[in-house]
Ligand binder design. Sequence first.
Ligand code: C2O
Ligand code: CU
Ligand code: CU
Length: 416
Amino acid sequence: PVSRNGQHVTYALTAQKGEMTFVDGITTDTYGYNGNFLGPVLHLTKGEHVTIQLTNALDEPTTFHWHGLEVAGDATDGGPHAVIEPGVTETIDFVVKQQAATLWYHPHPMGQTAKQVYNGLAGLLYIEDDVVRDIPSDYAVNDFPIVLQDRTFVDGNIVYEDVANTSSTLGDTMMINGVVEPFLTTRNEPVRLRLLNGSNALTYYLSFSNDMPFQLLATDGGFLNEPQEMTKLTLGAGERAEILVDLTNVADVALMHDDIVVLPIETTGEAVQANYSNTLNEIALPVDVTTMEPTKHITMEGMTTNFLLNGQTYDETRIDLRQQRGVTEVWEIENIINEEGAMAHPFHIHGTQFHVISVNGEAPDASLQGLKDTVTVQPGQKVRIAVTFHEVGLYMYHCHILEHEDVGMMGQIEVY
Ligand code: C2O
Ligand code: CU
Ligand code: CU
């Protein structure tokens, strides 16, 4: 931070051009926040008053969006209406009202989001609170940020225009925290990995090379009530998960996506005994939603072209939905299979953390039991979510495949 005193923290972020050498000793043009690629981890605390100075040093318009943060639906949220022109600095102010969570920030200018994120604009935002939880929390010692992204290098260069695919821009090279061929060396103990799917379009199907179980601690909006043991985890674009992996006496192992090695992990030293507690949180639905019928219905469709929400593309002059602040409504999100077929779409809402109530009428599995701001809806699925907004204003909801968002698979809701 620029400064931190008492309950007030100030950060300064500049979106700027940079240069990086990723492969074959070739230097490529990039974008970054306060640097050449990606941005710093911002550390905020519940209850804190936050000021962030936003500078656009690019030569094109951008915005600064705080994905998962419950802030007013105005320039603070940084959606497509909050454009900052080149050379301009703006300041936002807000108070952190939500619980501990791993969120992220990225640009959101209409039609340019995919390119700007691909070129390197993205960063993590951690919220901590004063609940004492017995989990690893030493930054980069036993609590690691893991930003997952895929890229295709063309002669060693990152050139979005050369590889862009309106349906989904996928890479042939995995990167973690902006590094090609990453690896992790840790102490011989349980570690916490804060996973962000920061890819434009790829859905990750994660597991470990030895199929060892791990504990899911947190999803998009914060901690689950108790850790959930699993061996596989699906993470759609924009989603986060925090996992606890016991590496005690596991000499070497790798985090995998399908059959691809994403992150080789090596442990060193004597085993450190650590026992972590089981109670993480106490979250409950704001109201009894079991008997509530959906009041909002959203269909998603499109596989190669015509990416639509409720049969329409985004229109900045149209308010698609309205909802009253503080009132919980059930939304039903359906991924329609049309003549083209269908693909998974990660559905995201700004300014709120919601509960997933059901998937095709069944209780959601463990990975969907925490607070979420993005939920991956598979072809043919109907997902019901309970949504409450705590601030008023205009918020976006959209598919988080950035190519789909850019061509208008997005709507706006007015919270009053
Ligand atoms: Cu992560 Cu509207 O976005
Ligand atoms: Cu968002
Ligand atoms: Cu989509």
